[in-house]
Design a protein around this ligand. Structure first.
Ligand SMILES: [Zn+2]
Length: 252
């Protein structure tokens, strides 16, 4: 059996969500837990219900829409609904609206599902205001202990809600996410789609370089412990090390 998605219907929904929180001259203003974010989530929930999906919102605000199959196992498809400040309309929602269209097309095709299919719209993937990948980590039970409870409390989400958001991961067979390319490589080569084999891990370091103050006129450079000079060397060496690292993009 062939299941056909409807490109026109998909694009209509993609552009409709892109209007929620759009500010002309700036971009999408839809950071997690902002008023436009909630408006977009309500709109999406309505869309899911139109399709006949069973919807639920977990403790931190991730929205799910489910189409039941014969098996207990579920394939989860989706992305994030929040944007950075001045974001674009595709970063995140593309993967959600594509998932919605897939479920709609599958439903139109009749009773064919083995696995259940679920669309997910994660909250707080972008860094503002809670640090990145907040909603998906809450779902995966991977939130670090130092997440910003103080900020979260302002949105009415407490620790119990976070704990209750952990998904029953044993029931999920796979997670698929369609995302726009945020680098130049696929587009430059004319590829429409790529499958990443790895993902960047980000580590932030705070480095403090301590020198020793001394008299400017009487202490020659050779006698100084100048923090700025040491910092410049450190930064220079750091970049040289990065250039040597074998990070590359291979398109096959
Ligand atoms: Zn994204």
């Amino acid at each position: 059996m062939t299941v056909s998605v409807d490109g026109k219907r998909f694009l209509e929904d993609l552009f409709a969500q892109g209007k929620i929180g759009w500010v002309e001259g700036r971009g999408l203003q839809r950071t997690a837990y902002s008023a436009p974010y909630f408006e977009a989530r309500a709109w999406l929930k309505g869309k899911m219900e139109e399709v006949g999906l069973e919807t639920r919102i977990d403790g931190v605000g991730n929205l799910f829409g489910r189409l039941k199959g014969k098996n207990k196992e579920t394939i989860l498809i989706g992305s994030h609904l929040d944007s950075v400040d001045n974001g674009g309309i595709y970063d995140g929602p593309l993967g959600i609206i594509a998932a919605l269209e897939v479920l709609r097309a599958v439903k139109d095709a009749g009773d064919i599902l083995k696995h259940s299919l679920e669309v997910v719209a994660f909250v707080g993937e972008e860094g503002e205001p809670l640090g990145g990948t907040f909603g998906s980590r809450a779902f995966a039970g991977l939130l670090l202990s130092d997440y910003r409870r103080d900020i979260l409390a302002k949105f009415g989400v407490d620790e119990n809600a976070v704990a209750a958001s952990k998904g029953d991961l044993g029931n999920y067979a796979a997670f698929l996410e369609l995302h726009i390319e945020q680098g130049p490589f696929l587009e430059r080569k004319g590829f429409y789609i790529g499958v990443p084999s790895g993902i960047v891990g980000i580590t932030r370091l705070e480095v403090r370089v301590r020198g020793m103050a001394n008299h400017a006129g009487t202490t020659p450079m050779s006698e100084r412990k100048d923090a700025m000079r040491a910092s410049a060397d450190l930064i220079h060496d750091w970049f040289a090390w990065m250039d040597k690292m074998a990070w590359s993009v291979t398109l096959v």
